[in-house]
Write a protein that binds this ligand. Structure first.
Ligand code: G4P
Length: 578
């Protein structure tokens, strides 16, 4: 990472109305940020719940997700989520633990919402990959792993459900190494599995934690035996075969496994490995303790920084997004900076408001602070009079917040995903968060002309949230029928359900049989030429919301063919926002 932080200076006295405040080092150092990635059903909800339980944020497990009548509002606040029992919206849950402030960025489990997970990962500094011990790597773990790799996030691995018949632990290590090229380092090592699950060896502290099937709801009392007391250990394991295997495994591990190297962990090249059973509370606290020790504190982010009003295109300019961001904004920088990684309308039906979630990168947030906005004209300030932390549907007003924290602020409609907010005289812009390439497409229409206004408002707000992407057929006056583009079918269903529930309008969807979108960065001239030459037969030509050409293909094979033969089109799976 390069840096030119010297270009960032703090405001002088006469600039105080614009000035930000540095965050106290203590506050930066005590923050730990974590996103959980997993394939559905591996136990993410259970794990989250147990982490909150140990963090004291919940008195009783089960509060995050309860069945039927009891279903709590904490994580499942949207009607759709309640009906389906799926978690769609990423929220952030914070708790204090051993003088640390832990922020868990919740991520939706269902693959159709992987784009939300992707955005949450943009705000995270650490990730844990949760695996089902019987299944190992699954499709969704693979997809999300790619994202953590792109971001070089430190990645912890937690193998869950050890109380059920499991794959051999070394087989799981092999899978991760073979498929991901990621070396694992077992921090703990399991003794048996399923009915014969006896506990785990903590290889750092040289003690065995014995598994006792606890009450599912409360914290487990764990009995530990030091490795120095083999007699007791043998008696407590009470299974000669497993005891012998443990002794054998210890030798093999010590001999074959490369030592733990924190530099490699931080770079995302070595993954600390844990085993446990979230449902029975086993191994969760051990994980939390080690994570607090080993996880990285909030990191700086590369951005593009220019003096206000002196961008390349003059005073009114947006930053030129094509220039590589190469100014490192560190958490201890004396101005507030943060970026929007998620926006949401009508979070609480009673309020009908819109929120933007900001991940703070540097400085201190203070209630009432005035900030600039990367896409607004220089000098325009927004007053952050109200900020909230969110815990599912519960909100709490925030007076101060620090790097690594996530706050929800009122969004008058100006803030979009990827935008930067900042104090000081320099305009700061963190790079945008790219969208997933859509794979399904449908026309959306309003069957009821009298509700034109609500329909348009609803669509606009849901598009601003990034609930789906939008494309239009091309026509002379800037766009024909609206086409929704998504990664998964449930995204369409959510849009329709929310249009009905929140804006009281019906909508008709008509699927279009294309499966792949490619942005033609060569521009309209290139597309028109290819079209005139008859090269785009069977391909649908549409435009994105910035009027840029996008080609829709029926299959991969066709897209690859066109990309290879018509190079001047410069086909890309997605394009950065302009
Ligand atoms: P997800 O968010 O990743 O989709 O997973 P979730 O926590 O909802 O867990 C999926 C199922 O796996 C749940 O069972 C949950 O109880 C179970 N589970 C989670 N962790 C463990 C574990 O360590 N051991 C075992 N044996 N099971 C585990 P369910 O039948 O869907 O719900 P429930 O009736 O148990 O609440």
């Amino acid at each position: 990472l390069l840096s030119s932080t010297t270009r960032l200076h703090s405001a002088t006295a006469e600039e105080t109305d614009k000035a930000g405040f540095a965050a106290p080092p203590k506050e930066i150092n005590r923050r730990r940020n974590l996103a959980i990635i997993s394939h559905p059903d591996s136990g993410k909800t259970t794990m989250t719940e147990k982490l909150l339980l140990y963090g004291g944020a919940l008195q009783q497990a089960g509060a995050v997700r309860m069945k039927g009548e009891q279903r709590a509002t904490q994580s499942d606040f949207m009607e759709m989520e309640k009906q389906r029992g799926i978690s769609i919206s990423s929220t952030v849950m914070s708790f204090e633990y051993n003088d640390l402030c832990v922020n868990i960025l919740d991520t939706p489990g269902h693959q159709d919402f992987s784009e939300d997970t992707y955005r949450a990962l943009a705000a995270a500094d650490n990730a844990v990959m949760l695996l089902d011990a019987a299944k190992g790597l699954e499709p969704q773990t693979r997809k999300l792993f790619e994202v953590t790799r792109m971001r070089n996030l430190p990645l912890f691995t937690f193998v869950n459900k050890m109380d059920r018949p499991a794959l051999d632990p070394s087989e799981i290590m092999d899978q991760i190494e073979q498929e991901f090229g990621l070396e694992t380092y077992p921090i703990v090592w399991p003794i048996g599995d399923g009915e014969r699950f006896k506990g785990v060896l903590d290889r750092m502290d040289n003690v065995v934690h014995l598994f006792g099937k606890g009450d599912r709801k409360s914290k487990a009392e764990v009995e530990t035996v030091p490795m120095s007391d083999l007699e007791t250990l043998k008696a407590r394991i009470d299974d000669q075969e497993l005891f012998d295997k443990l002794m054998e495994d210890i030798e093999i591990l010590d001999e074959l496994i490369a030592p733990l190297d924190m530099d490699r962990v931080i770079a995302g090249d070595q993954s600390p490995l844990f085993f446990g059973s979230a449902m029975t509370n086993f191994g969760v606290q051990l994980f939390l303790d080690k994570f607090c020790d080993m996880g990285v504190k909030p990191l700086g982010r590369l951005a593009k920084v220019v003096e206000e009003g002196k961008g390349k295109k003059g005073a009114q300019s947006k930053l030129d997004q094509d220039d590589e961001p190469n100014d490192l904004v560190n958490p201890d920088f004396g101005e507030f900076t943060g970026f929007v990684f998620k926006t949401q309308a009508n979070l609480d039906p009673k309020h009908r408001d819109r929120l933007a979630y900001i991940r703070i990168v540097s400085g201190a947030f203070q209630k009432g602070m005035k900030v600039g906005h990367s896409r607004s004209k220089p000098g325009k300030k927004f007053n952050l009079a109200q900020a909230q932390t969110l815990f599912g549907s519960d909100r709490e007003s925030v007076e101060v917040a620090y790097p690594g924290d996530v706050i929800g602020i009122n969004n008058p409609g100006d803030f979009a995903i990827g935008d930067t907010l900042y104090t000081g005289n320099q305009k700061v812009a963190f790079p945008g968060i790219p969208s997933f390439s859509p794979e399904i497409f449908a026309y959306i229409r309003n069957p009821n002309p009298s509700s034109y206004k609500s329909f348009t408002k609803g669509i606009d707000q849901l598009l601003a949230e990034g609930a789906v992407q939008a494309l239009r057929q091309r026509n002379d006056d800037g766009g024909g029928p609206l086409i929704l583009a998504a990664v998964g079918q449930l995204q369409f269903e959510v849009v329709q359900a929310r249009l009905k529930g929140e804006y009281n309008v019906d909508s008709d969807l008509e699927p279009i049989g294309y499966t792949l979108a490619r942005w033609a960065e060569g521009g309209w001239d290139a597309v028109d030429k290819a079209d005139a030459d008859g090269k785009l037969f069977g391909i649908m030509i549409v435009q994105d919301r910035w009027g840029r050409p996008v080609l829709l293909f029926r299959n991969d094979w066709k897209a690859t063919g066109v990309a290879e033969e018509e190079k001047y089109l410069e086909l890309k799976p997605w394009s950065k926002p302009p």
